[in-house]
Design a protein around this ligand. Structure first.
Ligand code: ACO
Length: 330
């Protein structure tokens, strides 16, 4: 029986040129390279220069993915941008990307699931393709976390960076499953305030006369988030393998959200995966939220760590708390 599969036909990413090293943070807050590297695995992160927004990063990553797929803006049916840092509160970052790209035949929307936004976007896109609604969707994870980071809080500022990653997802008829084989999305809103920005939404709006006393930056209970992150990433990885009918030994490459090297190691050990099957680039970029997984996927493919036909397991975790995993045959 013929089925419609949702297949990744192009991958791209983009990181801004400006780099903040651990030495730069030693001048900004009370911290040091040894603490940051041993507690997080991060050595540097890329950040935008003033005047650039999430749509600029998203545009470049999206264009690279489309070039890789051999398609142009007129070919797109839909643009999905996963982000917690859209250029504006209204409209969505995806609308700005659509305009900058000139993809006027494509619908556009954002998906907001913090660091899990790319997996949520990929899962939504895959469902829309498999149902026959759309044939070509550009899925982007893009963040300018530097715009919501408190650079006086050493507990969070050393962690975050800016980046974008993207895939083109296309419909392909076939007799056997390929492309996105299965996905799992999970949420627990009881943990909403472990990782949040208290001010700037509909409950407490930003007051320009507050003289900097309002809580307008990302706040995190790192310890608690850490514990849930390990449990959640392990459990969704197992669930998504079971759903796809594959064992962990079939996985060629595991691409976890790059939030903390200790989280990645703990998840890897619990899943029983060898180190060489786990992709890590956190030392260069820090935590780039929605961009983390597609940026890693792009680097992994370019480095030859995953090739056509390989099974790749991607798993992400973030504010909400939200988490999810996808298994893709490249
Ligand atoms: N430099 C030096 N010391 C520091 C720093 C720093 N940058 N940051 C914190 N410390 C200190 C703390 O003040 C504390 O000192 P104290 O013992 O005197 O009070 C000590 O180091 C230990 O602090 P902890 O918070 O317990 O450190 P921990 O080992 O838990 O590491 C970290 C903190 C890196 C934030 C970790 O908890 C973590 O990675 N959590 C998960 C983050 C995550 O996964 N986020 C995902 C989603 S992000 C998103 O959705 C956008």
């Amino acid at each position: 029986m013929t089925m419609i599969n949702a297949v990744i036909t192009g991958i791209g990413s983009y990181t801004p040129d400006r780099i903040l090293t651990n030495a730069d943070f030693e001048k900004m807050v009370e911290t040091n390279d040894e603490w940051i590297v041993s507690r997080t695995g991060i050595k540097e992160r890329h950040v935008v220069s003033n005047g650039s927004g999430t749509s600029d990063l998203a545009l470049k990553a999206g264009q690279r993915a489309m070039e890789n797929a051999g398609i142009g803006p007129d070919d797109l049916d839909l643009i999905i941008v996963g982000t917690v840092t859209p250029d504006y509160q209204v409209p969505s970052a995806a609308c700005i990307v659509q305009e900058k790209m000139g993809a006027f035949g494509a619908a556009a929307m954002d998906v907001s699931a913090a660091c899990a936004s790319f997996i949520y976007g990929l899962t939504s896109a895959s469902g829309m393709i498999r149902s026959g609604q759309y044939r070509r969707i550009l899925v982007i994870g893009a963040e300018t976390l530097s715009s919501i980071t408190d650079y006086t809080d050493r507990g969070t500022c050393v962690l975050f960076g800016d980046a974008a990653g993207s895939v083109v997802l296309e419909a392909k008829e076939g007799n056997a499953p390929e492309g996105v084989l299965s996905s799992v999305l999970e949420t627990d809103g009881r943990y909403a305030k472990l990782l949040w920005i208290p001010v700037g939404g509909s409950v407490e709006s930003y007051d320009p006369d507050s003289e900097g006393k309002q809580r307008i930056y990302l706040e995190m209970n790192g310890n608690e988030v850490f514990k849930v992150a390990v449990r959640a990433m392990v459990s969704s990885s197992r669930k998504v393998c079971e759903k796809a009918g594959v064992s962990k030994d079939d996985i060629a490459l595991f691409i976890p959200h790059q939030a903390n090297i200790r989280i990645i190691d703990a998840v890897r050990k619990r899943l029983g995966l060898p180190e060489e099957k786990v992709f890590v680039n956190i030392e260069k970029y820090g935590n780039t939220s929605s961009a983390s997984v597609p940026l890693a996927l792009d680097e992994a493919v370019k480095a030859g760590k995953a090739k056509k036909g390989d099974l790749v397991l991607m798993v992400a975790f973030g504010g909400g708390l939200t988490w999810g995993a996808s298994i893709v045959r490249l």
